[in-house]
Design a protein around this ligand. Structure first.
Ligand code: NAI
Length: 312
């Protein structure tokens, strides 16, 4: 019974081989859900150490999945899925045969454009390129490629932690073709995700609504309206949210939120989002300066171990 742990669903818009760039938190998760659903995955990063780090993230996560799905054969389950993942630091080789490239490297327009510009000359003409950017313009990233590739280019925005979060946002630029869009819907569905579609606008759907909400929560404590604890309790018990805005800020990272909102201030100047929503917040900037970043630094609005101790 070879492949007994793998999903056998076959309709994935012609995509069988996926190459993921960036073996960090997001790239590892994307590689994992691809491999778990039968795609042949290549994971690429700039150093062997980063690749090892990615494989470790995947192994650990698969161990958790296996406990539920194959409690009697955790090792076999993990081995079978890991057999679908190869790694390389050679980015040209990584895309030679790819049907789909998903980029999840650092959030820098220049670095992403450099990578895609290079890959455009190495990948098959039909290969679809996708970026997992949260805050950059997908269209501006795509413009690093030639015209025909721009038709095969879209945003594919996954959520952290990728294996657990069902949603993926598919971002269409003005150049994204219908066939590219349909192929991405098919492959993300095969990966067990529920796709939604959005135009290339600041924050797409989820962050466009969530970021201003979290920023307004910080302004509430700045004004002394209520405490973080009471605001979180109010949104959890009164709005039914799984975590209130301050727990969410600590989870996402205060630096990430500050970075997104400062990026949006430029877009506000161009009229793409209201200025009012992204006004600077002194408390937020000060906390970031002090290194109080949330979960990743151990302290944010909360002493984070007390809130997230059990999350890993
Ligand atoms: P991370 O810092 O965990 O991983 C980034 C990885 O990219 C590192 O391993 C780094 O060595 C590698 N890298 C850097 N330059 C590279 C290059 N030129 N070629 C290949 N690999 C390269 O970052 P994370 O959190 O996984 O984020 C990746 C992307 O996903 C970013 O664009 C981020 O905005 C986006 N994103 C992040 C989310 C999150 O919650 N962390 C959620 C959704 C999107």
């Amino acid at each position: 019974t070879l492949h007994r742990h793998l999903s056998t669903s076959s309709s994935s818009g012609g995509i069988e081989r996926m190459t993921v760039f960036g073996a960090g938190l997001m790239g590892a998760g994307i590689a994992q859900v691809g491999a778990q659903n039968g795609l042949k995955v290549i994971l690429s990063d700039v150093t062997d150490q980063a690749l090892q780090n990615g494989l470790q993230i995947i192994t650990k996560s698969l161990g958790r999945v296996a406990k539920k799905k194959a409690p009697d054969d955790i090792e076999g389950f993990t081995r079978e899925i890991m057999a679908n993942i190869e790694t390389t630091t050679d980015s040209a080789k990584a895309v030679e045969e790819a049907d789909l490239v998903v980029e999840a490297i650092i959030e820098s327009l220049k670095v992403k454009r450099d990578l895609f510009g290079f890959l455009d000359t190495k990948a098959k003409e039909k290969c679809i390129f996708a970026t997992n950017t949260s805050s950059l313009s997908v269209t501006e990233i795509a413009e690093s490629c030639g015209q025909s590739r721009q038709a095969n280019f879209a945003g594919l925005h996954f959520f952290n932690p990728v294996p657990a979060m069902k949603l993926v946002e598919i971002i269409r630029t003005p150049h994204t073709s219908d066939s590219t869009y349909e192929a991405l819907r098919a492959v993300t569905t095969r990966m067990g995700k529920a796709p939604v579609t959005c135009k290339d606008t600041p924050g797409f759907i989820v962050n466009r609504l969530l970021v201003p909400y979290m920023l307004e929560a910080i302004r509430m404590i700045e004004r002394g309206d209520a405490t973080p604890e009471d605001i979180d309790q109010a949104m959890e018990l009164g709005a039914g949210y799984p975590m209130g805005p301050f727990k969410l800020l600590d989870f996402v990272g205060l630096d990430t939120t500050a970075y997104i909102s400062s990026g949006w201030r430029e877009k506000a100047a161009q009229g793409q989002i209201s200025e009012e929503l992204v006004r600077p917040i002194p408390i937020l900037d000060e906390m970031v300066k002090q290194g109080r970043l949330g979960r990743k630094s151990g302290k944010g609005f909360y002493d984070v171990s007390s809130v997230f101790g059990g999350l890993d």
